[in-house]
Ligand binder design. Sequence first.
Ligand code: SF4
Length: 377
Amino acid sequence: MKYIEEFQDPALAERLLDEIRAAVTRPWALMEVCGGQTHTIIRHGIDQLLPDEVELIHGPGCPVCVTPLEVIDKALEIASRPGVIFCSFGDMLRVPGTGRDLFQVRGEGGDVRVVYSPLDALRVAQQNPDREVVFFGIGFETTAPPNAMTVYQARRLGIPNFSLLVSHVRVPPAIEAIMRSPNCRVQAFLAAGHVCSVMGTDEYPGLAERYRVPIVVTGFEPLDILEGVRRTVLQLERGEHTVDNAYPRAVRPEGNPAARAMLADVFEVTDRAWRGIGVIPDSGWRLSSRYREYDAEHRFQVTGIDTREPAACRSGEVLQGLLKPHECEAFGTVCTPRTPLGATMVSSEGACAAYYLYRRLDLPAAVTRSPEGSPVV
Ligand code: SF4
């Protein structure tokens, strides 16, 4: 398939690997920010092909994984209310909240619908003027522009029964938080190419300079990853720390000006909690005061949420690159994609799911789990 196969060419991959092997003289730890990149790496065994000196640490760039439990519980609460149609992308339906998920809410009679675009949810609102329609708007700089556009359209078209439950996050403050962590081992970043296709690259030179880390904008196919690693290793070996765009077929320095303008109109920057990590200053977006009437949290006033993370789940450490998924005691036994304890096992971009699906590991037999996450024998 054009634009896929040429970025998976084994001969070119071998050439890039040779160049990386020739360049590396000592150990380096690189973090790939995006969960999509993590999946490519594990699926194609790229981390196992690299020389032992190059370690890839999996970062927090999986949108489903970092959506805080409190927001999931709010979604469950709102979706359970009579008269509400709760719309979401399908990957959020199996994300465990405290004790249940959106599938269970649907099984109990809630009107939970899978849509393929936030504009589909807006159409549902137009077709059901006597119902409240809520869209679950999560994710990074990639999903935020269409959600912003949908709220803009709701106001332009005068659709009052639509609202957005917002939990958007931003990559650069997360990089900053990772570099400030006392346990940080990361020496360079493969930045997420699709995020930069929206936002451009101007948020990164300050970070590269402040923390003296190379930041290489990288794509998602195997050759993209290898080229990102090659450029990063060359910088590290030379003692450089610049921002380099290894994904020019999709990323321009200025990003997508129309999408950025829409974001600036509809959203404003706010502190945001990341699941398993905690609050990171200025790391998210919420609806600006001009669009507050479309904010589902404002409209539904959800209170009394008592969140409880499963004690066995160590996804916070996985998301910070402090633990590899298979080092979690619950991995592949209590916690599997069919019985996920944490969001990193649910999401198709989660590191735990990637290791479970693609890594050849000797796993003990899966066991059933209780709602709290303890094994049921
Ligand atoms: S394997 Fe499961 S329990 Fe362990 S960190 Fe991953 S999601 Fe959490």
